[in-house]
Design a protein around this ligand. Structure first.
Ligand code: GNR
Ligand code: NI
Length: 178
């Protein structure tokens, strides 16, 4: 298992459209296991492969209280949806920022599981929100695309500044070490 590095907004690699998985083989299962470890370590309630720089349609989720109910969705598709609901969202690729996003309240989703078997899931609440958030990632979308341009720019500037500062700090540490 491996704890993978998570890309952060505004990294252009998060904007790619992920490719469907043609067959669920051992390589895909290894990716799923590494993604679960990365998600639990972060900690987060979901993770899309594109966030760890793998442009494949693979998602892991665990919205359980005790973090003991992992869910894996490969090639997920929303079959039907109804209702609208607003919920505050965060994202491991947009660390430290939380905004309200409006999405479908209930969804029916089809996907393949870790064994490559097809299944359908009908759900609402946080799980439905999380699945929609993750499918957005697979299409190169982030929750900040659902908020105002002004808020998105503010978040981008702050994260770019943080990145510059941590890069500068790393440079200082390296020079001191030499
Ligand atoms: O950990 C996460 N929490 C969360 C909260 C509300 C709505 C969506 C999410 S998903 C997020 C993890 C993540 O970034 N997945 O892509
Ligand atoms: Ni996210």
């Amino acid at each position: 298992m491996a704890n993978l590095e998570i890309l952060t907004f505004p990294d252009a690699r998060l904007r790619r459209r992920a490719e469907p998985v043609p067959s669920v083989d051992n390589e895909v299962r290894q990716l799923v296991d590494d993604m679960l470890e990365t998600m639990y370590a972060a900690p987060g309630i979901g993770l899309a492969a594109i966030q760890v720089n793998v442009p494949k349609r693979v998602v892991v989720i665990d919205v359980s209280e005790d973090k003991n109910d992992p869910l894996c969705l490969i090639n997920p598709e929303i079959v039907s949806h109804d209702g609208v609901e607003e919920m505050e969202e965060g994202c491991l690729s947009v660390p430290g920022f939380y905004e309200n996003v409006t999405r479908a309240e209930h969804i029916k989703v089809s996907a393949l599981n870790r064994d490559g078997q097809p299944f359908e899931l009908e759900t609402g609440g946080l799980l439905a929100v999380c699945i929609q958030h993750e499918i957005d990632h697979l299409d190169g979308k982030l929750f900040v695309d659902h908020i105002s341009i002004l808020k998105r720019q503010r978040i981008r500037r702050k994260l770019e500044k943080e990145r510059r500062q941590s890069a500068a700090a790393a440079g200082t540490a390296r020079r001191k070490a030499i």
